[in-house]
Design a protein around this ligand. Sequence first.
Ligand code: C5P
Length: 227
Amino acid sequence: KKPIIVAIDGPAASGKSTTARILADKLGYIYIDTGAMYRSVTLKALREGLLDDLRKDESGISRLLRTITIGFQGDRVILDGEDVTEAIRENQVSREVSFISSLKLVRDKLRELQQQMGRKRGIVMDGRDIGTVIFPDAELKIFLVADPAERAKRRHVELSLKAGGAAVPSLEELEAEIKQRDRDDEERTHAPLKRHPDAVLLDTSNMSIDEQVNVVHDLVMKIVGQS
Ligand code: C5P
């Protein structure tokens, strides 16, 4: 069967990465989490203390982009040779990532990397602009949405599990953060979050992970069955 590209976009915490990861596993495809790539650039900019200067002049990011390497080893994210899988999930990164990903130079660089990663097909890629900008010719495009309160609940469970008893932000705080990030991603000039007209809209508010994966898997099977 001819391998395809599955592009999964949607707002923060809508279930994209969980769905994409399991789906890729079932299909024997490669999973690429593009959010992790934007988070890696953000982590590097934070570590180099560039954020304040970048807000005044974004060209300051070009030196960083010239030398950065971002890759995946299984489900680990590797930035300049260092495993940053946990570090890129920290709150400070989540707060600044929408700003960094609004910068044109950053998007140009990551678009090039992502298009190269997908060249061979047989991939599931998730993000905000995969169906619209990175692979508008993807054979299957999905737009995952879920109610903000439900998304905050899922994020809360995820963070609480990881925190091992340590304090985590309240549901209200998480919902406010999620909504703010969606607004920032939708309103930016370059590659804003929006549904490609061909993308299948899937509301996961009342769906289990298994159900989400099965719906998308069935859609893939319909396409590859025809090829
Ligand atoms: O997917 P995740 O929530 O980890 O993405 C973090 C942020 O990275 C998003 O809020 C968005 O600002 C940015 N992003 C993007 N384009 C993508 C993937 C992520 O702008 N394709």
